[in-house]
Structures are given as structure tokens and as C-alpha cells.
Design a protein around this ligand. Structure first.
Ligand SMILES: [Zn+2]
Length: 392
């Protein structure tokens, strides 16, 4: 080897090490984003759980248990008819531990199958479970890696059958939304609910397409005015999304403007018809009188969603009531109602879209992905004021 080649190789090696060194020092920041955890409140209150999987650390026992073939069962032991406080009962491999009833933490490594409640279906979960004792039951909160959590959200909120670019856009929206929940949780014992009060999460997904969507958008979120965007999403807008501030009030004034979307045309609820019998109103305490009653819309959103209503008929009017009540009693996909008719003792309503109509339209994202648009293009279409932040 000549001296020059030696120097060149040495220099190349030096540059390589330098680059590795720089990336090594930059890594913790990226990892901090990728490895962030989220606390998910999984259920409204349970008295029992079954754990199947690897060795589990139970804090109140001050020891780990290796689950037997029937798993570790944790429940409350009550003594009906006796004047005794209930106990915490932990059963494993024929052994029973009895302790004063309390809150507890369970910790394990890798996947476990956990059934919550008596009839609960087993869920594939990772992380740490915190059972907080409140109002005579336990509120289970899962501390889980953000990306594993998101796989479960994609499974429930969109499904693996959607196109990959739509799934990637959904992953970024759900991650951004989750980040805002972490920022807002303050001193609460959890960040968000695992149901439709926040984002639906049941278990960690194993669907390859979902995992691919998560991996290829790892740590990416939408930013508006230097803060994570509360990136709302819904099934089908029906032709136009709604202004997020006017609908929810918990986003900055111009963060989620409405957009015109016709890409959700293939959705089964792009247009819909529902029939609500007179009796259904009466069961809800709303009187429907006369032969040709009509629903008076006292207030509507700029898009046309019904907000406040009353019923007129037989020379009388009902007391005003919120349109959300109508949505509930009639199981309506949305409140964007464009036509009403009354015939044979029932209201016939025609409407558009499914869901609240704010932010990303999932069926629209599907339509756009099928037209060849990328996840980034889909996100900038539904969130035109936000910027996509990539962690590296
Ligand atoms: Zn749409």
C-alpha cells in the first residue's frame, strides 16, 4: 500500500468515525421522541384481571411471579354477609396471597395477554399496568411505548385493510393527538382514554401493514405554531370538513380550517338515510304532535350541521333540545342533515358523512392514497396550516 493510499484510507476511516460519533451524540434526542411513553386508561373500573405471559413483578407482593399455565389471577375477595373488609387475592400455580386491598403496579418484559374484568377478552399488551383503587374498583392504566400504543390505535381507528399511505397519515395524526394529551394531562394519573373519548385502543397490533406505517413515520408529528397539533380525525366528511375551533374549542382559532373533500365518495356513509319513529322521540321525552310535524333547526354550524332543535306540530312547539340528543336517539352517522320528511309516523332524514367532521377524513385519505398521493400530501391536504415534524 502506498503512503498516499494509506493517508486516504486513514482519512476516510477518520471521517467515518466522526460521522458515527456525531450520529451517536445526536441519537439520544431522536430516541427520546421514539421512546416516549403514554398512559392509557383502559377501562372504567374492574374487580379482577388475568395475566398470562412472562415473569411479572407485583409491587405489593415485593416479588416476581412466574405465571403457571392458568396465568396469574388478581382479584378482590369479598365476604358477603360478614362485616369484613375485602382483600386483595393473588392466585398463581395453586398458591394464594392475601393482602389488604390496595392500588398496585404490575411490570413485565415483552408481550403478555391480559384480560380485564370477569368477561374481558385477552389483550396483547406491553409495558406496565397501574391499578388505581377508586370508587370500590380498580381503574387500569397502561404505561406503554408510544409507537406500540399507536399500532393498536391504527388497528381500531382505521384497520389494516386501508392503503399504506392512508395508514401512515393516520399514524401521524394519532401520534400528534396523543402528544397533545400528554401535554395537557397535568397532574392526572393518565394521559388519555382507550376508548372513543380519546382514541380507541384495545391491544398492540401485529398487522404487518400497520407496523410498517408506524415504522416509516416513527416519531413524526404535526406542528402548529411550534406546538403539537391536536390532529382530529373522523371516518367520512361527506364533502367538506368542519372548522376544528368552532367544533371543539380546544385548538387554536385557525389551526384546523375546513377543506372541501370529495375523495370520501366510496364511503358507505358518504350519503345516508335514517328513519326515526315518532315513538323514539317520545321515549326521549320530546313530544311530537300533529299530522305534519317538522324539526325546527334553531342553530346550525357554518357547514350546515344541526346544533339546536325543537319540534313544531299541531300548533305547538317543543322545548329546544341539543341536536346531539337527536344523533343519539336516531343512531345518526353525523348531524350534517340536508333533508327531512315526515311520513307514516316517522321522520325520514337524509344526511352526509360519518363522525364529527374535523381534521383528517379517513375515507378521503383512502381515496387520495388510491390516487397515488403520499401520506405527506394527504396530511397537508387535511391540515393545511400545520407542518410535518420529523425527528431526525
Ligand atoms: Zn371526505
Amino acid at each position: 500500500m502506498s503512503f498516499r493510499i494509506g493517508i486516504a484510507l486513514g482519512l476516510a476511516l477518520f471521517l467515518l468515525l466522526l460521522a458515527r460519533g456525531i450520529s451517536f451524540f445526536m441519537k439520544p434526542k431522536v430516541q427520546a421522541a421514539e421512546q416516549s411513553e403514554i398512559r392509557v386508561r383502559l377501562s372504567r373500573g374492574i374487580h379482577r384481571l388475568l395475566f398470562e405471559g412472562p415473569k411479572i413483578w407485583i409491587d405489593v407482593l415485593h416479588q416476581s411471579l412466574q405465571p403457571g399455565k392458568d396465568g396469574v389471577e388478581i382479584q378482590e375477595e369479598t365476604f358477603p354477609g360478614q362485616n369484613r373488609e375485602p382483600l386483595l387475592l393473588i392466585k398463581n400455580r395453586g398458591q394464594e396471597h392475601r393482602l389488604p386491598l390496595t392500588s398496585l403496579r404490575l411490570r413485565w418484559k415483552g408481550p403478555a395477554r391480559i384480560s380485564l374484568g370477569k368477561q374481558g377478552k385477552a389483550r396483547r399488551l406491553f409495558g406496565e399496568l397501574h391499578l388505581l383503587r377508586r370508587n370500590k374498583s380498580w381503574l387500569p392504566t397502561l404505561n406503554i411505548n408510544m409507537e406500540l400504543y399507536l399500532s393498536g390505535v391504527l388497528q381500531k381507528e382505521m384497520g389494516a385493510h386501508f392503503p399504506l399511505e392512508a395508514l401512515k397519515a393516520q399514524a401521524v395524526a394519532a401520534r400528534s393527538y396523543a402528544r397533545t394529551c400528554i401535554l395537557r394531562s397535568g397532574s392526572k394519573s393518565f394521559d388519555l382514554f382507550g376508548d372513543d373519548r380519546s382514541q380507541v385502543f384495545f391491544e398492540v397490533s401485529e398487522e404487518p401493514r400497520i407496523l410498517k406505517a408506524i415504522r416509516s413515520t416513527l416519531g413524526q408529528i404535526l406542528i402548529y405554531k411550534r406546538a403539537p397539533l391536536r390532529a382530529y380525525y373522523h371516518s367520512t366528511c361527506g364533502g367538506r370538513t368542519r372548522d376544528g375551533y368552532l367544533r371543539f374549542r380546544d385548538v387554536p382559532r385557525f389551526a384546523l380550517p375546513p377543506v372541501v373533500c370529495t375523495y370520501c365518495k366510496d364511503s358507505p356513509r358518504y350519503r345516508w338515510t335514517r328513519k326515526i319513529p315518532k315513538k323514539t322521540f317520545q321515549n326521549a321525552g320530546i313530544a311530537v304532535r300533529g299530522n305534519a310535524p317538522i324539526i325546527d333547526v334553531l342553530l346550525r354550524s357554518p357547514r350546515g350541521d344541526w346544533e339546536r332543535l325543537r319540534i313544531r306540530g299541531g300548533g305547538r312547539v317543543s322545548a329546544p333540545f341539543p341536536a346531539s340528543l337527536l344523533r343519539k336517539i336516531g343512531s345518526l352517522p353525523s348531524l350534517w342533515i340536508t333533508e327531512q320528511r315526515y311520513q307514516k309516523g316517522a321522520f325520514l332524514l337524509r344526511g352526509r358523512g360519518f363522525g364529527h367532521g374535523v381534521g383528517l377524513c379517513q375515507w378521503g385519505a383512502r381515496g387520495l392514497a388510491r390516487l397515488g398521493r403520499s401520506a405527506e400530501e394527504i396530511l397537508s391536504f387535511y391540515f393545511p396550516r400545520a407542518k410535518l415534524h420529523k425527528p431526525n
